[in-house]
Write a protein that binds this ligand. Structure first.
Ligand code: G2I
Length: 469
């Protein structure tokens, strides 16, 4: 009774935000003690994205392209989130309305918005029994199988290098107690349709994590057991799968299961990531807030739970708006559920919204050279394939922490950056400088954050240099 997928309407939209830049540049007049106080306050984030990033996670939302002109919506999206999922714009009916004729207009708007604001994108969804264009609904057998393979290839290729994770297959298991596959035109093309979709997606975009995504799999039950068996089999046979998405649409008839964390953990133990992909919880007040906190704490307790996405920004953006299931009310105000979510991300403490100094700071002159251990360091790890690579760079603050940072990577001749996330790159060839984006510039002493980029050509070697501000 929770999502049972798609027949309601709704639309979610979202847009992350950035943190208010506190002091930082008023070096000449700010006492060392005050700088320290600010750095301490910054260790508990003040937005969902910042707080999640401090725990090594992302915090995302579904976005509807037609709401990107709504300034309240975009203001919250840009302030609070660092991952977006197009709510409907990447589905089969939207991207291939006529066979072989692809339309990426609305999905591209969302991807461009994300890229311009340092957010990553969850692709949703390549193969699904719902929201198929009419022509696909009328196909069967090998014609439908070929059409599916072509669709996955074309869409994943169009977005190659721009997608953090793809929901390759969505909702392929039946509800009820027998753990069977859902009957659908795709299922009737043969039981191997799911692994074919995954292999096809990997070939088209080797840098994206490939997820299986479903609902009513949030606790241990016949349906999640069936997904677990499929994923175990895929891992054993080398079918490319990197993550399982748990939609997590909850309400009073389908509350957060008591074994939610344990269920996430058992999937993670198979050697893949888990993600909470479409979170919404019908209700209000303290009960709703507590349920959100339970979900966040469960994810934080599972090291391979890499992020949480809610299915819309304001209650009025939801596919089930009457259930007021989201973190912001219709006017864009933060609900109790928001505060509980932020609190849980911060480990149970509510950060002060501002901490003005109560005494006038002394006017000592700061040192002009950084103290030992100040600045930052960077390290590089690579995932490579013939002709390309994904680089992950870990930036770690020195003993003074950072208000901002930049890491510089030298690329071999002929190599180019094709996409970057969690950092703003300048240039694409030669020596490329990657600067922090709004939500990850401020690091406390010893704290780390990661950004990444995809490249075509030979991967870089050596250690990136790092400068802090
Ligand atoms: O049903 C909730 C979600 C369950 N998991 C998969 C998700 O993809 C699904 O999202 C919902 C969207 O939130 C709705 O916005 O998927 C529905 C369709 O299956 C979406 O509803 C559709 C309406 O059915 C269409 O009439 C409408 O044209 O939204 C379309 C765009 O507004």
């Amino acid at each position: 009774m929770n999502s049972s997928a798609a027949r309601d309407r709704g639309s979610a939209r979202v847009r992350p935000g950035r943190r208010a830049a506190l002091v930082s540049t008023a070096v000449g007049t700010v006492a060392a003690g005050m700088v320290l106080a600010l750095a301490t306050a910054a260790s508990a984030g003040t937005t969902l994205a910042t707080s999640a990033a401090e725990k090594g996670r992302y915090f995302g939302t579904a976005v509807a392209a037609n709401k990107l002109s709504d300034s309240t919506y975009v203001g919250i999206l840009n302030r609070e989130f660092n991952m977006v999922t197009p709510e409907n714009e990447m589905k089969w009916d939207a991207t291939e309305p006529s066979q072989g004729q692809f339309n990426y207009t609305n999905a591209d708007r969302i991807v461009s918005h994300a890229q311009a604001n340092g957010m990553r994108v969850r692709g949703h969804a390549l193969a699904w029994h719902l929201q198929q264009p009419g022509w696909a609904q009328n196909l069967s057998g090998s014609a439908l199988r070929s059409a599916m393979v072509n669709h996955v290839t074309q869409v994943a290729t169009h977005y190659k290098g721009k997608i953090h994770s793809w929901d390759v297959v969505n909702e392929a298991f039946a509800d009820g107690g027998n753990g069977a596959r859902r009957d659908s035109n795709l299922q009737r093309t043969g039981n191997d349709w799911i692994e074919v979709a995954f292999r096809t997606a990997r070939a088209a975009d080797p840098g994206a994590k490939l997820c299986y995504n479903d609902y009513n799999t949030d606790g241990q039950n016949a349906k999640s057991n069936a997904v677990y068996a499929m994923v175990s089999d895929f891992k054993a046979r080398g079918v490319p799968i990197d993550c399982v998405g748990f939609q997590s649409h909850f309400n009073s008839a389908s509350p957060v299961p008591g074994d939610y964390q344990a269920n996430l953990q058992r999937f993670a133990n198979l050697g893949l990531d888990v993600q909470i992909t479409e979170l919404d919880i019908e209700g209000s007040g303290t009960a709703q807030a507590n349920s959100y906190a339970t979900v966040v704490k469960a994810c934080l307790a599972v090291s391979r739970c890499t992020g949480i996405s809610v299915w819309g920004i304001r209650d009025t953006d939801s596919w089930r708006a009457s259930g007021t299931p989201l973190l912001f009310d219709g006017n864009g105000n933060k609900k109790a559920a928001y505060t509980a979510t932020l609190d849980a991300l911060n480990g149970g403490t509510t950060p002060p919204t501002s901490t003005p100094p109560t005494t006038v700071p002394p006017t000592t002159t700061p040192p002009t050279t950084p103290p030992p251990g100040a600045g930052c360091t960077a390290s590089l790890s690579l995932q490579t394939w013939t002709g390309g690579f994904v680089a992950t760079v870990r930036v770690t603050a020195g003993s003074s922490g950072t208000n901002g940072w930049a890491a510089t990577v030298t690329l071999p001749s002929g190599t180019a950056v094709t996409n970057a996330w969690n950092a703003q790159g300048s240039g694409t060839t030669g020596t490329v400088r990657f600067a922090n984006v709004a939500y990850n510039g401020r690091l406390t002493a010893g704290q780390s954050t990661e950004f990444g980029f995809q490249g075509a050509g030979t991967p870089p070697s050596g250690t990136p240099s790092c400068t802090a501000s």
